[in-house]
Ligand binder design. Structure first.
Ligand code: ATP
Length: 640
């Protein structure tokens, strides 16, 4: 905080006021961010960069915010970069005059096309000095690349990429290439960038109470809270950045509100190990239970006859479930409903037997080039609505669950086989709850979600106001884990040509690091071995990222490392303590981390980003809550 006080943004600028911000300045900030593993330092570097931009060329703040979060549009717009390595290698070769073969050889050594791009550039002499890159131009070029489609689109994209590469100096080429690949790999999450943005605006808009270090800290804290809340209710930099520049941070909530068409990050539930734990947690609180349907989370945004369906990650799933638009919603919305946002689950459903079908039936749905009829042949779906977030012009995020359920019933009606309200029951009797849980399992759901009745909707929070009670509970840890695949060992024998074992990590939110938690080798069919290899190989990197935490020189160093991209759902017998793993290290017992006992691959979670994987804190909580935590303490083994 004291450093922020003395920082003179204008004097630190390396470009003139009003001039476009050079891309080199941003690349240099990225270099510095990569060089430190401390989150506070990362935030500080990004904050200073934002401050300089605000005080000199504020119109470049939005492109920089996008470039720093490695995105070009709000997630729900579905405009993404993601150029394949083969194309990038071609561009690199054509723009530097090196053969594709040499570029590929370098790739083998470096395994980071970004670095190869930088090396290729620095060894190249050019006759003409190309104009230096600016952030607004790079951003515009990225957007054009992402939006180019149709005939010759690949050639047109390649032309822009080659021009970008030819103009890149020093590490600029590294970040251009990595951004095009879809991951910057500087170890700064969206949260870091957002907090840097909020703090920068606070200082430059004169909103800080700079009387003392304490008052500075409390102004900054308040700003972070506001930013977090605003971003979870209105996840659009397009809206937030201009509003922040005009009205400052404190007033942001009045200008960036939840609206139909822009999905909120969904509220999530915490695991519990049984009815007893629920009753203990909610001793003095009124609660209600609902079936926990096993399908795909879907936020339905309806207005003026138009519908958009958003996934848990704000991806546009409207085309994936056309029957919701053409049949399900038209039949279940009441005439008086002008606009509404529903939260619920799309579930595979057999309309003849009136049975819920397993989740796997939904996975067969391919998104593109399939007619509605073909989709239906793969599995008919039914929508189970459990929440209403917006109704006829009013946001209900601040309303209680009771009020939201009332609105849900006002807005829609049930239609057999198409649209149901989540089955619910309100009781605090242990036996009754146990029976209801059994009913839920009988009805082919995963168990129950227990919700406090007077709580508001908490976007993006894994809240104590929603507890999940699953069938696999009773023993074990109450839930499966979602872990990031960061490495693998080559397979032998029957698994030759594939990977034999994989290395998994959980996510530490506090320092934004991936902590190695276990090896895994079981649960994959031959077909899956092939699929996961194809899925993982594009993410190979030359060594562990600086933000991977593992015991060096130990048996936990894999043959191949991967960029943190792919998330797997993993079932375990229980959690155990081990000196060989650094997940939640020392949190339960000094010198030991938490590891998995008998982990089994369940499925790939396409709907999960690495930063929304199971966190170290969750792991610790699950460890402490597992029955007889003491029993698995201190055996120090690696049971994978
Ligand atoms: P899991 O891995 O347990 O399926 P998750 O990790 O995707 O869940 P959680 O927060 O653990 O997310 O569980 C909540 C999920 O359960 C929601 O995202 C939603 O998709 C699903 N769900 C099914 N029925 C309900 C319900 N009645 N209320 C809330 N969520 C429900």
């Amino acid at each position: 905080a004291a450093a922020s006080k003395s920082f003179d943004a204008k004097a630190s600028a390396t470009w003139k006021t009003g001039e476009p911000v050079p891309y080199g300045a941003l690349a240099e900030a990225f270099d510095r961010i990569s060089a430190t593993s401390k989150r506070l330092e990362k935030t500080e570097i990004m904050m200073e960069t934002f401050r300089v931009v605000i005080s000199t060329t504020p119109e470049d703040l939005l492109p920089i915010a996008y470039l720093a979060t490695c995105s070009i549009a709000p997630p729900h717009e579905g405009i993404e970069l993601g150029i394949g390595d083969a194309t990038l290698i071609k561009c690199l070769s054509e723009s530097t005059g090196r053969t594709e073969k040499t570029v590929k050889q370098d790739m083998k050594q470096e395994a980071d096309l970004g670095k190869v791009a930088m090396m290729s550039r620095s060894s190249q002499r050019t006759m003409f000095q190309p104009k230096p890159l600016t952030v607004r131009q790079v951003f515009q070029d990225f957007k054009t690349i992402a939006l180019t489609e149709g005939k010759d689109s690949m050639d047109r994209k390649k032309k822009i990429i080659k021009k970008l590469l030819t103009s890149s100096k020093k590490s600029e080429a590294t970040y251009v290439v990595r951004a095009l690949q879809g991951s910057l790999r500087i170890g700064a999450s969206e949260q870091t960038i957002l907090s840097a943005l909020a703090r920068a605006a606070l200082w430059e808009k004169g909103e800080v109470d700079a009387a003392s270090d304490e008052s500075i800290a409390s102004s900054e804290d308040a700003a972070l809270k506001v930013m977090k809340k605003v971003f979870s209710e209105c996840p659009s930099l397009d809206k937030i950045v201009p509003a922040m520049m005009e009205h400052g941070v404190a007033d942001l909530p009045n200008h960036c509100k939840f609206t139909v068409g822009v999905p909120v990050s969904p509220m999530l539930a915490k695991p519990t190990t049984g009815v007893h734990e629920v009753l203990e947690k909610f001793t003095d609180t009124e609660f209600t239970c609902e079936y926990k349907y096993d399908g795909e989370r879907a936020q339905l945004h309806y207005e003026g006859g138009k519908l958009k369906i958003f996934s848990r990650n704000a991806e546009d799933n409207t085309e994936k479930y056309p029957e919701i638009r053409t049949e399900i919603l038209p039949k279940s919305l009441r005439e008086t409903t002008e606009n509404v946002v529903l939260d619920g689950e799309v579930v595979a459903y057999d309309r003849e037997t009136k049975q819920i079908l397993p989740f796997q039936n939904l996975q067969r749905r391919k998104r593109k080039d399939v007619s509605e009829e073909d989709l239906k042949k793969q599995a008919t779906v039914c929508y189970f609505a459990f929440d209403c977030l917006y109704y006829n012009g009013t946001s209900l995020l601040q309303s209680t669950l009771v009020e939201r359920r009332k609105a849900l019933r006002e807005a829609c009606q049930e239609r057999e086989g198409l649209f149901f309200f989540a089955t619910d029951k309100t009781s605090d009797d242990l036996d009754e709850l146990q029976v209801f849980l059994d009913d839920a399992i009988e009805a082919k759901t995963e168990g129950l979600i227990v919700k406090t009745v007077d709580s508001t909707y908490e976007p993006s929070q894994r809240s104590v106001n929603w507890l999940k009670l699953k069938k696999d509970y009773m023993e074990g840890i109450g839930d499966s884990l979602d872990l990031v695949v960061v490495g693998a060992w080559h397979g032998k024998g029957k698994r030759k040509g594939w990977y034999g074992n994989y290395l998994l990590a959980c996510y530490n939110e506090d320092n934004e690091e991936y902590e190695i938690v276990s090896k895994i080798g079981t649960g994959l069919t031959e077909e899956e071995l092939d699929v996961v290899k194809k899925q993982l190989d594009p993410h190979k990197i030359d060594g562990p990222c600086s933000y991977y935490k593992f015991k060096e020189g130990s048996r936990n160093e894999p043959d191949v490392w991967f960029d943190a991209q792919v998330v797997w759902e993993v079932k375990v017998a229980n959690l155990t303590l081990s000196p060989h793993y650094l997940a939640a290290f020392g949190s339960v017992e000094s010198g030991k981390g938490i590891s998995l006992r008998f982990p089994r691959y369940e499925r790939t979670r396409d709907d999960r980003t690495p930063t929304s994987a199971t966190t170290s804190d969750q792991l610790q909580e699950m460890y402490e809550n597992q029955p007889e935590a003491g029993a698995s303490r201190g055996n120090g083994g690696d049971f994978s």
